[in-house]
Design a protein around this ligand. Structure first.
Ligand code: HEM
Length: 281
């Protein structure tokens, strides 16, 4: 590659062109690695965007897991501002994640069929990062570790996440430290099990929302969590609609009933009492 002789001359306002070895950008971003991780399994030209969209979503899952782990740790240390910042960032990231459905949202069955066979039994159901995201929301399930038995690092990370408090567990512990009557049974629950809604927790959120003068900070926390819950629900529903368009009621590549199974998953409420409490404010 030829470079103009004065481009990197002292006093020039052009960017530097001359680096020993790889560029500092490459060293930081590893763009060369990232842009060579695309190995389509078919000759279909439409498979590339399916693969890259899936990879992009995996990266967003990774960022969002990082934000919720930051928020959980900050709540544990009673650093509410740090937690709120992370939760609010995660809401913007969830919006970007959801926007990345656009290229796949209108796949026709024939377009999807062009490369579906090449996916074999591969399915997003086997996404370990999505599973961590669900665990952080309180959607725990030991059986979801089973597909990852053959991948020791992934399995160990998931197993750790299964036994750790979820983001919502940390929120409830925080509310208890603020003097709200979270039942001992909720605080001491078996963390490896799915979170089950509690009447007492619903009453607490109703009480918080009914008195914003006294509980301003907790109302803001509740609203940040509600944004997260709504946007996760939107991701699930956008996935459901894209799936319905692309394959109707066929069975999924992971062997599930497909749309019927996803409909059940999409019906679940994230942070359930934050939604039900609203009827009692
Ligand atoms: C239009 C393209 C897509 C179709 C037709 C589709 C279809 C399906 C189906 C049928 C399932 C149920 C499990 C199975 O039997 O396979 C599933 C699960 C899943 N898919 Fe997709 N999917 C698509 C795109 C994506 C993308 C781009 C992602 C991003 C990572 C993704 C992530 C997931 C996840 C995380 C699950 C598990 C959901 C849960 O556990 O509740 N899917 N998908």
């Amino acid at each position: 590659m030829s470079t103009s002789p004065d481009a990197s001359a002292p006093g020039s306002d052009s960017p530097n062109l001359d680096y020993e070895g790889t560029t500092p950008y490459e060293d930081y971003v590893q763009a060369d690695v990232l842009t060579h991780l695309q190995h389509p399994l078919s000759d279909d030209p439409g498979e590339m965007v399916f693969l890259v969209t899936t990879q992009v979503m995996e990266l967003w899952f990774t960022v969002i897991v990082h934000e919720w782990e930051t928020a959980s740790r900050a709540l544990r240390e009673d650093r509410v501002t740090v937690a709120m910042d992370a939760l609010e960032r995660s809401a913007r990231e969830l919006e970007a994640l959801n926007a990345s459905w656009k290229p796949l949202a209108r796949l026709t069955p024939a377009q999807f069929n062009s490369f579906r066979g090449a996916l074999g039994e591969g399915s997003g159901f086997q996404s370990a990062m999505y599973r961590r995201l669900e665990f952080l929301l309180g959607e725990k399930s030991a059986s979801m570790l089973v597909p990852h038995r053959g991948a020791p690092r992934v399995y160990a990370e998931l197993e750790k996440a299964l036994h750790e408090p979820s983001l919502y567990d940390e929120v409830l512990r925080f509310l208890a430290r603020r003097g709200l009557p979270v039942p001992a049974g909720v605080l001491g629950r078996d963390l490896s099990q799915k979170y089950e809604p509690s009447q007492a927790v619903e009453d607490i959120w109703a009480r918080i929302y009914a008195d914003p003068d006294q509980h301003g900070e907790l109302v803001r926390l509740g609203e940040a969590l509600t944004d997260v819950g709504e946007l996760v629900w939107r991701w699930r529903n956008d996935h459901l609609v894209a799936t319905r368009r692309a394959m109707g009621s066929k069975t999924g590549t992971a062997g599930s009933a497909g749309v019927a199974w996803l409909e059940k998953r999409a019906r679940k409420n994230v942070f359930p009492e934050l939604w039900t409490a609203r009827s009692h404010v």
